[in-house]
Design a protein around this ligand. Structure first.
Ligand SMILES: [Fe+2]
Ligand SMILES: [Fe+2]
Length: 190
């Protein structure tokens, strides 16, 4: 399957803004690098990386309007943790606006914010590429980059632990999917 995403660039850039758009290009490139290392389909990594934030509308009201217009079912978790909404809306856009039918690519977009237990290699690569893209700058990012090259499961455990610490420190609601994911990767990394 060959995708032609070039024609959607302007639409996505206009929707999410220049800064976020440049981030998606860095995530795409990082995802391709990781896919090469871990023998994952390069085009899937490219497409999922490019589209992962295609619905990251910054203005909350606009985002909610888009949710309504596209009849995205809002779960209790999405209402409590609105930062996860763009992932679900993004997968919906990928399917309905950009012609993506590959379930693995759609799941990689859906779970790029929360993670989940038992992720595919592509899902892990998109989650991690988002976490370690070159402009990311936080304590532990170098360690995360190193792990992502060596061992996707170890990198997931490290990234999920750090994400949870961050969410606790910022007194943010934590979706159960992320906790379940963290415990799953803990058991894989005894
Ligand atoms: Fe995102
Ligand atoms: Fe992102």
């Amino acid at each position: 399957m060959t995708y032609n995403l070039k024609k959607y660039e302007k639409e996505i850039r206009d929707r999410i803004g220049e800064k976020r758009f440049l981030h998606t290009l860095r995530v795409r490139d990082t995802a391709i690098e990781l896919a090469k290392i871990h023998n994952v389909d390069l085009e899937s990594a490219e497409v999922a990386g490019f589209l992962h934030d295609c619905a990251k509308i910054r203005d909350h009201e606009k985002l909610m309007k888009a949710v309504k217009e596209n009849k995205l079912l809002l779960t209790k978790e999405m209402i409590k943790a609105p930062q996860i909404i763009h992932s679900y809306l993004g997968a919906l856009y990928a399917r309905e606006l950009y012609g993506i039918e590959d379930e693995d690519i759609l799941n990689a977009i859906t779970y790029h914010t929360t993670g989940r237990a038992n992720m595919s290699d592509l899902e892990k690569i998109i989650f991690l590429a988002d976490y370690i893209e070159p402009m990311r700058n936080f304590d532990g990012v170098e360690k995360a980059r190193e792990l992502a090259k060596k061992d996707l499961d170890a990198a997931m455990y490290f990234a999920l632990n750090n994400t949870l610490k961050f969410l606790v420190e910022h007194d943010t609601y934590i979706v159960p999917t992320t906790v379940t994911a963290r415990n799953y990767y803990k058991e894989l990394n005894p």
